[in-house]
Design a protein around this ligand. Structure first.
Ligand SMILES: NC(=O)C1=CN([C@@H]2O[C@H](COP(=O)(O)OP(=O)(O)OC[C@H]3O[C@@H](n4cnc5c(N)ncnc54)[C@H](O)[C@@H]3O)[C@@H](O)[C@H]2O)[C@H](O)CC1
Ligand SMILES: [K+]
Length: 515
């Protein structure tokens, strides 16, 4: 699914009205009516007061359309206009009049804090103050209104986007954004919903299709792609009946040091579970018994050193190498990486301490093999590209890094983002239980396994990230978030493949009602 910018959606709006010969007012009617249908299906006529807070632009107009339909269906509705300026939009004004026509009185105009209404915890708040037309931080009493609404216990439903949040720019004032319980967003999800600084404002959202021109949406290069099951399923390559282990590639895991052998074990295990034909682990001597005992399927080659990796030699020819998990940043290890990168051709996954080594040594940075996949967590990323002002600055820095070093970089986090030059792929699987030691080691092994099986590096990263999150979700469903351990995630990669391929269950009406 595509993630568009506010500007692209405004353009889509314009193209749709011109090409399909419908007015902006019709589009607003469509948008507001769909919000009404959503709410009506859930409220079923309940006489719970619905407080609709409208701005004076088109987001406010959507709120007015919703209000009119609710009133016509006998709901208890209070409409308030946050009258912060008299520059009201045309479609807002028409719908303002339409409300008056049916109620015979004007909605309540708010001009200061004194106008804030009392709201009962069981009531419903509709947030239609600002949409994607937000152009600065809300100030004065409007900011206070947002804070007041956030203090209420009532359910907050935001129309299109929580007011005060920009679709694709940093939050200007964190204290002037609606904390939505749910957001009904038009046509496409907004980038801000998936970034660490702003994602908490829109923890749950649904997309409302308002029929913007499909051709425009198809031909427009989006800000990002959202990867859910539907997309991930298309990446899957079926195994052939008449095949042998050589067809699925050989992964070399270069990992571990004294006290951190688990990293190499987890990565090697995940490589097998994700489908690699063969896995060899290159480890310090001290890890030999550990890996051979933990994973009999894995072949082991040891370094000359007992506690660390000093030179990766005598290795077989492999398709993919996952390097860095638990290797430390000793100078000898940095030198081993220099030699490995310059002498061994393969598809690389560069993780953990290998990233720290690169951050420490400029010469090593220059040796990053083209098309490598780097998988830093936030701390490693900071060491690699420097600190950032906000999420958008981070994305720009990472894009620049991938251009300069011709690589793919996965920004790991709640919604991990695969970055390659200007392309962004946002992952939707996974859960907070996966914020646990070893989770990244499992992922590096999975990416390497897909590389070995012939997936191209960008696809391998996006697909492995989705499968990894899905495996984590399966574990957490029977185990709680708290109890998720990286080894469990590796053990559930198989279930993730099965879940990916099983047909979607039709949504039953009563099931739908409970959501
Ligand atoms: N194509 C679509 O997706 C459709 C969207 N619809 C809805 O329209 C809004 C966007 O409406 P717009 O009138 O452009 O802007 P807003 O309502 O978000 O903003 C209102 C108004 O407020 C001014 N403003 C912006 N920031 C501030 C601020 N901090 N303080 C004071 N005033 C501010 C700004 O100048 C605007 O004029 C979209 O989100 C949807 O809800 C259509 O209904 C259907 C098609
Ligand atoms: K809103």
């Amino acid at each position: 699914m595509k993630v568009f910018s506010a500007e692209q959606l405004q353009q889509a709006d314009k193209v749709t009205t011109e090409k399909h010969n419908i007015s902006s007012l019709d589009l607003m009617e469509r948008a507001g009516t769909q919000i009404f249908n959503w709410l009506h299906q859930r409220m079923q006529g309940a006489q719970v007061p619905v407080h609709i807070f409208c701005g004076i632009g088109n987001n406010g107009g959507d709120g007015l359309v919703l209000g009119r339909h609710l009133i016509e269906h006998g709901y208890v509705v209070h409409i308030y206009i946050a009258n912060f300026t008299d520059k009201r939009s045309k479609c807002f004004l028409i719908n303002y009049d339409r409300v008056k026509e049916i109620t015979k009185k004007w909605p309540i105009l708010m001009t200061s804090e004194a106008d804030f209404p009392e709201i009962h915890p069981d009531d419903v708040i509709i947030d239609a103050i600002f949409g994607i037309g937000l152009n600065r931080a809300p100030e004065g009493w409007v900011k206070k209104l947002i804070q007041y609404l956030n203090e209420q216990k009532a359910f907050r439903l935001s129309i299109d986007i929580p007011s005060g949040l920009h679709a694709n720019k940093p939050v200007a004032d964190m204290e002037a954004v609606i904390m939505a319980n749910h957001t009904l967003t038009f046509q496409a999800p907004k980038l801000a919903f998936f970034l660490p600084d702003s994602g908490d404002f829109a923890p749950y959202f649904e997309i409302i299709d308002i029929g913007l021109d499909p051709e425009f949406l198809h031909n427009t290069v989006p800000l990002a792609h959202l990867i859910s099951k539907q997309e991930a399923r298309q990446f899957y390559k079926q195994r052939k009946k008449y095949s042998h282990k050589g067809d699925y590639g050989h992964v070399l895991v270069v990992g571990g040091s004294y006290g951190k052998m688990g990293a190499a074990v987890l990565s090697s295990k995940a490589a097998y579970r994700a489908g690699a034909g063969l896995v060899t682990s290159f480890i310090p001597k001290c890890g030999y018994d550990i890996i051979q005992t933990a994973l009999p399927e894995v072949m082991a080659i040891t370094d000359a050193y007992d506690h660390l990796i000093s030179e990766v030699d005598d290795i077989p020819e492999v398709e993919a190498i996952a390097v860095g998990m638990g290797i430390g940043t000793n100078e000898r290890t940095v030198n081993a990486l220099k030699k490995l990168f310059s002498e061994t051709k393969a598809s690389y996954v560069i993780d953990a301490d290998a990233i720290n080594c690169i951050a420490l040594d400029k010469d090593l940075k220059k040796l990053i093999p083209p098309q490598s996949v780097l998988t830093p967590h936030p701390g490693e990323l900071k060491r690699l590209v420097g600190d950032w002002k906000d999420d958008y600055d981070k994305l720009e820095k990472v894009k620049e890094f991938t251009r300069k070093y011709k690589c793919i970089l996965l920004i790991k986090g709640a919604n991990s983002i695969t970055v390659h030059e200007d392309k962004l792929y946002i992952n939707t699987s996974g859960n907070p239980g996966m914020a646990t030691g070893g989770s990244g080691d499992v992922l590096s092994g999975m990416i390497a396994a897909l590389l070995a099986q012939g997936y191209d590096p960008l696809l391998a990263t996006v697909f492995a990230t989705y499968l990894h999150g899905l495996a984590g979700n399966i574990v957490s469903q029977s185990n709680s978030f708290e109890a998720v351990m990286a080894g469990d995630v590796a053990d559930h990669i198989g279930k993730a493949y099965l879940s990916l391929l099983e047909p979607d269950q039709p949504v039953q009406q009563d099931e739908n009602d409970q959501k």
